[in-house]
Design a protein around this ligand. Structure first.
Ligand SMILES: [Zn+2]
Length: 162
């Protein structure tokens, strides 16, 4: 038996003022994207902003549906839009934030497993990790260089891509 270990590394910052201008701007755009959230069921708004290699910023927000599984997370709204409008343009960075109606979110909100799985395929296609910037409404900011820091053992079938 051997033990397989994978390391996750997150940088934690206490304030937006510690971030680079690019990271701070992208996080601000994710916060603005909260305005487009449609979350009458969860009352949990999520905003996402992407910086593409062509300099464009794409935003998305969660879109719910009364048939719950038919809705979509903010991250996939943004990434699928980017993939369809700008195919083959790498995603440099992704900022995610959230707002809840009934309480203050004081910690960064991680992407769900379905988003990590979906977006990791864009990382594989572009061959470069996506910088991930997370913050709640207040509290610390987490930054990671690549989605594998959040989900180290993702589904992948090499045979399907050879
Ligand atoms: Zn998700």
């Amino acid at each position: 038996m051997i033990e397989i270990r994978k390391e996750s590394r997150l940088e934690q910052y206490t304030s937006v003022t510690e971030l680079s201008v690019n990271d701070a701007q992208l996080l601000e755009k994710a916060k603005q994207a909260l305005q487009g959230s449609y979350a009458p069921y969860s009352k949990f708004n999520v905003g996402c902003a992407l910086l593409l290699a062509n300099g464009k910023t794409i935003t998305g927000s969660n879109q719910e549906n009364i048939a719950y599984p038919s809705g979509l997370c903010a991250e996939r709204v943004a990434v699928f839009y980017a993939g369809s409008q700008f195919p083959n343009v790498p995603i440099i960075a992704m900022a995610i934030t959230a707002h809840a109606k009934t309480f203050t979110i004081e910690q960064p909100v991680m992407s769900c497993g379905a988003c990590l799985q979906s977006i990791s395929e864009y990382e594989r296609r572009q061959g470069e990790p996506i910088r991930v910037i997370l913050q709640g409404e207040t509290g610390p900011i987490y930054i990671a260089n690549g989605l594998h820091h959040f989900m180290p053992f993702m589904f992948w079938q090499q045979e399907l891509h050879s």
